[in-house]
Design a binder for this molecule. Structure first.
Ligand code: 4AZ
Length: 838
């Protein structure tokens, strides 16, 4: 009690100091009766009552206070009015205004003089003024005259077409409602129409208010205001470099301390030459070009239609690229940190890509043809012709490509090279294996044209002659890829041809267990007892030569056991097969088979249970569920390339990954995306290489591992057959006609279907695809499930492996049209190359 009293008294002293109106009598009463906290409240209340009485008496103070309040209110009202006026007249007008265009055209019949290279020379100023005046009068007399503000000439250059190439900015001031009237095509059409009216005699040069302009050279692109301000004349961060002498390398090094966020380097060289830029190393934070990026343009202004190449991740092995003419613009966007670019550039004389090649009759490689400026990336425009001459009519030319394939052109354009071979048109495509293109003609002419919108990979092909009546040596089989493989490799269960053409029309290999001939390699150590004696599953950990049907241990040794990875047994001598196996083992209390749920959902699926598929991810684009994905680690997900490959879908800032989720909207963790790694050979026409890695901005917290867990990646040799339990999961549509997506995660059991059966359904199924479904079609993936997992359990009670990624199919749930999945085992090396420390 004593202590309480002391404490209360101390409290009273403090309060007395703060509140000068508290009387000693008040304090003494409170100390005797109530506790310290209550005391304070009472005293404050009493104090306020007394102050209020005093205030009532003192009128002059009251007046002063009122005055202060009045002044405050008046000042506040003035500030509000001024702010509103500022917003209406400055900010609002600003946000309504600037629409920026970057453009270029060639002024013919004007001689280029070196002074034009310097924007501060009187010659440049006088020429720029003339062109500026012409463009201004064109737009001042056009339908958008009231919106046109000004033209700024930024550069004058010359190429080998003669005349002067003009690079310019155009600025329009546009109220919001009128934005469509200054669209890119409309602004460009005004310029082209003006020239077009004066075209004569099939010449491409017409007159723009007396200025001779080449109509084919006119290009106008919408641009960013920030690009305008940072490349405009006088900007602190624009450097101009000139390569006057061909083949002399000029160093180019850029550091992040070099000048800020956006810096430009304009490269020019002598007319008739092109510029080769070599990136020796580049250290940046990978972010899909959102934060750090180097964009290389085939022009002197940052024009969208002239992008040659973009570097969005660090470069350690040198890459080089070549411009189409004698100008190139490097646009660096570097955020803070230690960012370093090292490289060089040089002028090169344009290559005359035209050759006549006489082949000898004998076997073996006779020489190599390469893409222009090999090994540099392809220019945006190029043309090569090779004329082969064979010593005899019985011989043809065989072109062996490293990672490139020619296919007969269909109705669509060629995206990666246009080929005309003896008057037949083919399109080129990049793949990850070699092919042989055979031309059964004595003197074939091969024409190649670049057809990609930006710089493509280079290619080379070795050429040799071959006997048209017998393309392959004795005892060999001719694959559809043009390769020759030994006949005994046909139907051996291995894809020797690279397109499985050696495994087509094969009956299932017989299980001859007791005979003299060895058992088919597919049956040996595959985890299933195929011979009653069990001899196919003994000595499986013995070392063997490495092949597609053996498991490779960490130390490089190979063992017969195909499915050694993470099966709970130490099979490799170095025990590497059981390393990194914290995956594919859900902690859900009820397992799939125990599921009591019967409600029929997604093409024959049922509701999944909490924690049953902890690797399942829902990928949301612009707030909407768009695709699925699977957790590979705390930072990486695996999904389908087609989810992110279109320009609109490629921006990681538009996506969110929802992890540890059963019902839409109740994710345990929602993650931002750092970047996508879309497979470099993804083919949007046939969905080949439909795989993409997704890197999260931040690792998900380990405290959530009860709900979020990686799925195991299979070994490249791992086999999954009809015997395995496989489930497809996702929040995709429940039928082709469905309009509403389910809320609860759906799961459907499907069976792996053999490749030959799948080809009977679809025809074009690449070795990188895998089919799964049920004969009736009743269980299947559908739209919205794409990118999500096809999870297969190694054995009853074993771990779950990511066998497929939902990719495509003919409709959903149709009989005899199973779902098609990306075959993950084919991409294990690719995944590991991109994910360090997985
Ligand atoms: C799709 O459009 C899609 N039935 C995914 C899977 C299947 C069909 C379509 C397979 O994302």
């Amino acid at each position: 009690m004593e202590t309480a009293r002391e404490e209360s008294a101390r409290g009273s002293d403090d309060d007395a100091a703060q509140e000068d109106t508290t009387s000693v009598a008040d304090v003494s009463v409170e100390v005797a009766t109530v506790d310290a906290t209550l005391n304070k409240l009472c005293r404050r209340y009493n104090g306020r009552r007394r102050r209020a009485k005093k205030i009532k008496k003192k009128n002059p103070i009251l007046d002063l206070q009122n005055l202060a309040i009045l002044i405050t209110v008046v000042v506040f009202v003035i500030v509000v009015i001024m702010w509103s006026l500022l917003w209406v007249f400055i900010f609002r007008r600003e946000s309504n205004s600037g629409v920026y265009f970057a453009g270029m055209f060639r002024v013919a019949n004007v001689e280029f003089i070196p002074e034009y290279r310097h924007a501060d020379s009187s010659e440049f100023v006088s020429m720029a003024n003339r062109i500026q005046h012409v463009i201004t009068s064109v737009y001042r007399t056009s339908s958008v005259s009231r919106l046109y503000k000004q033209t700024v000439i930024s550069d004058l250059s010359n190429n080998n077409q003669g005349g002067v190439l003009v690079h310019f900015w155009m600025i329009f001031v546009v109220p919001h409602l009128k934005t469509p009237s200054v669209c890119e095509d409309c602004v460009s059409a005004i310029l082209k129409d003006s020239v077009h009216m004066s075209l004569q005699n099939r010449s491409s040069v017409g007159f723009l208010q007396g200025l001779p302009v080449d109509i084919d050279s006119i290009l106008v692109n919408v641009a960013l205001r920030s690009d305008y301000s940072s490349t405009a004349v006088g900007s602190q961060c624009v450097d101009k470099l000139y390569a006057g002498v061909p083949d002399v390398s000029i160093p180019l090094n850029v550091f992040s301390s070099w000048g800020g966020l956006s810096c430009y380097i304009k490269l020019t060289s002598a007319p008739g030459s092109v510029i080769r830029l070599t990136v020796k190393s580049f250290r940046i934070d990978p972010s899909d070009c959102v934060y750090d990026a180097l964009t290389v343009y085939d022009s002197l202004l940052p024009m969208r239609g002239m992008i040659l190449y973009r570097v969005c991740e660090s470069v350690s092995a040198p890459i080089s690229l070549v411009s189409t003419s004698n100008v190139m613009l490097l646009s660096f966007r570097l955020t803070q940190g230690n960012k370093i670019f090292r490289g060089h550039f040089q002028a090169l004389m344009e290559e005359q890509c035209m050759n006549t090649i006489a082949l000898p009759a004998g076997p073996g490689d006779a020489g190599v043809i390469t893409s222009p400026f090999f090994p540099s990336l392809l220019p945006r425009q190029c043309s090569c012709t090779w004329m082969f001459q064979m010593p005899s009519g019985a011989l043809g030319v065989a072109l062996r490509f490293q990672n490139y394939m020619l296919k007969l052109k269909d109705l669509q354009n060629c995206e990666h090279g246009w080929w005309k071979i003896n008057e037949i048109i083919y399109c080129g495509n990049y793949i990850d294996y070699s092919t042989v293109f055979r031309i059964p003609a004595q003197n074939p002419e091969v024409v190649f044209r670049c057809s990609s919108r930006s710089a493509d990979q280079s290619f080379n092909a070795t050429y040799s002659s071959y006997n048209t009546s017998q393309p392959c040596p004795e005892g060999h089989f001719l694959c559809s890829t043009g390769l020759c493989v030994e006949k005994f490799r046909r139907c051996d269960g291995l894809d020797d041809c690279q397109d499985e053409s050696d495994e087509m029309f094969c009956s299932k290999p017989p299980k001859i267990c007791g005979g003299l001939s060895p058992l088919h390699p597919l049956y040996i150590c595959n985890g299933e007892t195929d011979c009653s004696s069990g001899k196919d599953e003994i000595n499986c950990t013995q070392e063997t030569s490495c092949s597609g049907v053996s498991y490779q241990c960490g130390n490089g040794a190979c063992i017969l056991k195909k499915n050694a990875k993470c099966d709970g047994l130490h099979d490799c001598y170095d025990r590497s097969d059981e390393k990194d196996c914290a995956c594919g083992n859900p902690t859900a209390s009820k397992r799939v088979s125990d599921s009591a749920a019967t409600q029929q959902r997604i093409v024959g699926g049922i509701n999944a249970m909490e924690g049953e598929w902890p690797w399942q991810v829902s990928m949301h684009f612009s707030g909407q569920m768009y695709c699925g994905a699977s957790v590979l680690s705390d930072e990486w997900l695996l999904s389908a390339a087609h989810c992110f490959s279109k320009e609109r879908l490629a921006d990681p800032r538009m996506w969110m990954a929802h992890l540890g989720m059963l019902n839409q909207g109740s994710a345990k963790h929602v993650a931002e995306i750092r970047r996508f790694v879309v497979h470099e050979y993804y083919n949007a026409r046939n969905f080949d290489y439909d795989i993409a890695l997704v890197q999260l901005k931040k690792a998900w917290p380990s405290s959530l591992e009860k709900y979020i867990q990686p799925i195991c990646l299979p070994a490249p040799s791992q086999t999954f057959t009809e015997g395995h339990r496989c489930w497809v999961t996702g929040w995709g549509y429940r039928s082709e006609q469905d309009k509403i997506l389910p809320t609860v995660l759906q799961k459907a059991e499907v069976s792996i279907i053999s490749q030959s059966e799948c080809k009977r359904s679809y025809g074009a199924v690449s070795p990188r695809m895998l089919c799964a479904g049920v004969p009736s079609g009743e269980q299947d993936a559908c739209r919205g499930d794409s990118g999500g997992p096809l999870s297969c359990q190694a054995h009853s009670g074993g771990r779950w492996f990511l066998t497929g990624v939902v990719s495509w199919g003919s409709g959903c749930g149709r009989p005899n049209f199973p779902g098609v999945y990306t075959r993950v085992a084919k991409f294990v090396d690719w995944i590991q190359r991109h994910i360090q420390n997985l």
